[in-house]
Design a protein around this ligand. Structure first.
Ligand code: ZN
Ligand code: ZN
Length: 604
C-alpha cells in the first residue's frame, strides 16, 4: 500500500527537541534558527531526512515554518492547518501563527532582540524568501546568518539517510519528444534571454528535460538532483552516482554530462570566474546556489525556470497518454463507486476501508506506479476539512444520510490523475442536493467554457463560483491547479484561481474542482481534469476560441442532483458526459458493475 493511516501526531516530543536545538544555538553562539518545511528543491513532497519541521514540532502539514529563539518559538501555518497544528504540536512551546496575518518576516521584525544572530540553512530557503527575512532582521537591528551545517541535523540523532532511488529513463512513447530536442529548445531560449547558462533546481523540470523519472519522494516520481544548461547546447546533471543504473547511464549519455552533487559548488565557481551570465528562478532556487554564484563573480539574471512552460504544454503523446491513464483510472474508480453503492449502506464501510479498497482497485489495473497523493476520504463533518487525512484515530463509518467526499489520484507511466467525487450515503437532505447542484453548475460552466487565446485562469475562476455566489456561498481554495505527465500532481505555472495570471495554452492540464464546505456538517467537491484545446472556430462565430476537454471519467452522483436547478444546456452536458463515461469505462467492468454503471449514469 502506498498510503499509511497511523496517527503521526505526537506533540509530546517537541518540547524536548526544541530544548536540544536551543542548546545547540548556545553552543554555536547563535540566537535563533529558522526551520522551513522544505528540502533543497522546494517541492511539495520532501524526503524523510528533510522532514525537519515535522521531527522538531510534530506538525505534518505540507507547508509551514518554525522559528526557534533562545527563549521562545513559533510555528507558522496557513488556514488549512489551523486545527491540525493544535493537536499535532505542543502550542505552549511553539506558538501557532497565521502565515497570512503574521508572516515570518513580520514576526522576526517584532520578536528578534537587537543584536541577535538569526541563523538559516541556505539550502532550504529561496533567494526571495531570504531577502524578505534579511530585511526584517535588519529592521529589528539583528542579522541573518547562513550556516553550513543545519542545526536540526546536528541534534536529530536518528535522522534518515538521503534517498537514493534509481533513476529510470522515461520512454519516448510517453514523453513524446527526445531529450536532445528539449535541450535544444531550452538552449535556444537561453540565447534569446541573453544568458550563458541556467541553473535548474526543480526536480520535475529535470525529469521533464532529460526524460527521466526517479523515486526519491513519495507520490511523485522525482529524481532529486540539480542541472545546468549551457547556451552552447550541452548540459550537466549533478546526481548521486548510485542513483544511475547502467541503462539510465546510456540513456543520458548523449544528452548530458553526469557529475556528482559535490561537483556543483566548484562548477558554480567556474561560472563565476568566467563572469558568465547565469539565469536562476529566485522563487525556487536555493539561496546557497545564488550566493555561491554571486561570490564567484557571476552575473545573475533572474527569471522563471525555463522548463516550466514547455513542461506544462503537453505534446500529443503526453495528451494521448493522459487520456489512456484516465480511462484506466476511471475504470478503477467506477468499480470502487459500484462497490461503495453495494457495501456502504448499513455503516459497514469506513473512511479508511474505503481508501484501502480504492487503492486496491487501482492496483488491479496492473499499471499503478504510486498514488499521486494521500487519498482524502472524508465522511460527514470530516468531508468539510479540505485537506483531511484519515488516520486510525479519526476513522469513522460512512453514515446513512451523510455525504462522503473522496479525492484521490494515481501515477501511471502514461499519466497522472486527480479526481474527486462526492457520494450520498442513503438519502441526502435537500440542502445537500441544493449545494451539490450549485457546485456542479460551476463545474459544468468551467468545463464548457470557450475563451480567446491569451485568457488566464484568473479570468475563468468566477465561472466555477457564480452559482454558489448567487446563493451567498463560496469555497476557500483555488478552482484548479496544473497537473504533470507522470510527474507532480500539482504543477505550475497555470492555474484556475484569482491569482492564476498565466495564459492557458494548448495542451496544458488543469483541474476543475469547485466545492462547498459546511463546517461540522458536510463537504462537497467535484473534480475532473481538463486539457486545454487549441483555438477552433465556433459555428456562426467570428473568432476562434479555445476550450477544454474533460479527461476524467467517472459517474457524478445523480442522487445529489436537483434537476430543477439545472438549465437545459447543463443537462445536455451532464448526459453527454455520462454517455462518454459508459462508453469508455463500461467495457472493462464486470456484468454487475456494468449494470450499476448504467443506472448511475441514466439520462436526466
Ligand atoms: Zn484532487
Ligand atoms: Zn486537484
Amino acid at each position: 500500500m502506498f498510503q499509511t493511516y497511523d496517527d503521526v501526531a505526537d506533540p509530546t516530543l517537541g518540547p524536548d527537541r526544541a530544548k536540544k536545538l536551543q542548546a545547540e544555538l548556545r553552543t554555536r553562539g547563535l540566537d535563533g534558527f529558522i526551520i522551513p518545511r522544505s528540502d533543497e528543491h522546494q517541492g511539495e513532497y520532501v524526503p524523510p531526512h528533510a522532514e525537519r519541521l515535522r521531527w522538531l514540532t510534530g506538525f505534518s502539514g505540507s507547508a509551514g515554518l518554525a522559528i526557534v529563539l533562545l527563549d521562545k518559538a513559533a510555528i507558522f501555518i496557513d488556514g488549512r492547518y489551523t486545527l491540525q497544528v493544535r493537536y499535532q504540536v505542543d502550542i505552549n512551546v511553539f506558538e501557532p501563527q497565521s502565515l497570512m496575518d503574521m508572516p515570518p518576516a513580520q514576526w522576526v521584525e517584532e520578536n528578534l532582540p537587537r543584536g541577535a544572530k538569526l541563523a538559516y540553512d541556505p539550502w532550504l530557503h529561496t533567494v526571495e524568501g531570504v531577502e524578505r527575512l534579511r530585511k526584517a532582521a535588519q529592521k529589528a537591528g539583528a542579522t541573518l546568518i547562513a550556516v553550513e551545517n543545519n542545526l536540526v541535523d546536528a541534534v536529530w540523532s536518528e535522522q534518515p539517510e538521503k534517498p537514493k532511488a534509481p533513476i529510470q529513463p522515461h520512454p519516448l512513447k510517453f514523453a513524446g519528444e527526445a531529450a536532445t530536442d528539449k535541450l535544444k529548445r531550452i538552449t535556444n531560449q537561453l540565447q534569446s534571454c541573453d544568458a550563458n547558462a541556467a541553473i535548474i533546481t526543480m526536480p520535475d523540470s529535470i525529469a521533464w528535460l532529460f526524460n527521466i523519472r526517479g523515486g526519491d519522494v513519495s507520490h511523485s516520481p522525482l529524481p532529486l538532483s540539480f542541472a545546468i544548461v549551457y547556451e552552447e547546447g550541452h548540459a550537466e546533471l549533478f546526481v548521486d552516482e548510485d542513483k544511475i543504473p547502467k541503462e539510465t547511464r546510456s540513456h543520458l549519455g548523449n544528452v548530458v554530462t553526469l557529475l556528482t552533487p559535490g561537483d556543483l559548488g566548484p562548477t558554480l565557481d567556474k561560472l563565476g570566474t568566467g563572469k558568465r551570465e547565469i539565469r536562476i528562478d529566485p522563487t525556487t532556487c536555493a539561496t546557497w546556489i545564488h550566493d555561491r554564484l554571486a561570490k564567484a563573480g557571476a552575473v545573475i539574471k533572474r527569471g522563471d525556470d525555463l522548463c516550466e512552460l514547455p513542461k506544462a504544454r503537453k505534446n500529443d503523446a503526453e495528451v494521448a497518454g493522459t487520456r489512456a491513464a484516465h480511462i484506466r483510472d476511471g475504470q478503477a474508480l467506477s468499480r470502487f463507486l459500484a462497490w461503495l453503492a453495494r457495501e456502504a449502506p448499513g455503516g459497514k464501510v469506513t473512511e479508511m476501508s474505503a481508501a484501502i479498497q480504492l487503492e486496491a482497485f487501482r492496483e488491479e489495473t496492473g499499471a499503478l506506479k504510486e498514488i499521486s497523493f494521500d487519498t482524502i476520504s472524508g465522511s460527514g463533518p470530516n468531508g468539510a476539512i479540505v485537506h483531511y487525512r484519515v488516520t486510525t484515530d479519526t476513522d469513522r463509518a460512512l453514515g446513512d444520510g451523510e455525504l462522503f467526499l473522496v479525492d484521490s489520484g494515481a501515477q501511471y507511466l502514461d499519466g497522472t490523475t486527480d479526481v474527486t467525487r462526492t457520494i450520498a450515503i442513503g438519502t441526502p437532505s435537500q440542502e445537500m442536493k441544493d449545494c451539490f447542484t450549485r457546485v456542479l453548475k460551476g463545474h459544468i460552466s468551467l468545463a464548457s467554457a470557450r475563451f480567446p487565446k491569451g485568457t488566464s485562469g484568473a479570468q475563468l475562476d468566477a465561472l466555477a463560483r457564480m452559482a454558489l455566489w448567487q446563493a451567498g456561498l463560496d469555497f476557500d481554495h483555488g478552482t484548479g491547479h496544473g497537473v504533470g505527465s507522470y510527474l507532480s500532481v500539482h504543477e505550475g505555472p497555470q492555474r484556475i484561481s484569482k491569482t492564476g495570471h498565466v495564459p492557458l495554452d494548448t495542451g496544458m492540464i488543469v483541474s476543475n474542482e469547485p466545492g462547498y464546505y459546511k463546517t461540522d456538517a458536510f463537504g462537497i467537491r467535484i473534480e475532473n481534469l481538463l486539457v486545454v484545446l487549441p483555438p477552433a472556430p465556433i459555428k456562426g462565430g467570428e473568432r476562434e476560441m479555445m476550450g477544454f476537454e474533460t479527461i476524467t471519467l467517472a459517474p457524478i452522483d445523480l442522487s445529489l442532483v436537483e434537476a430543477s436547478l439545472l438549465t437545459a444546456d447543463e443537462k445536455v452536458w451532464l448526459n453527454a458526459y455520462h454517455a462518454r463515461v459508459t462508453e469508455l469505462v463500461g467495457p472493462a467492468l464486470s456484468a454487475a458493475e456494468k449494470e450499476w454503471l448504467e443506472k448511475a449514469t441514466h439520462t436526466i
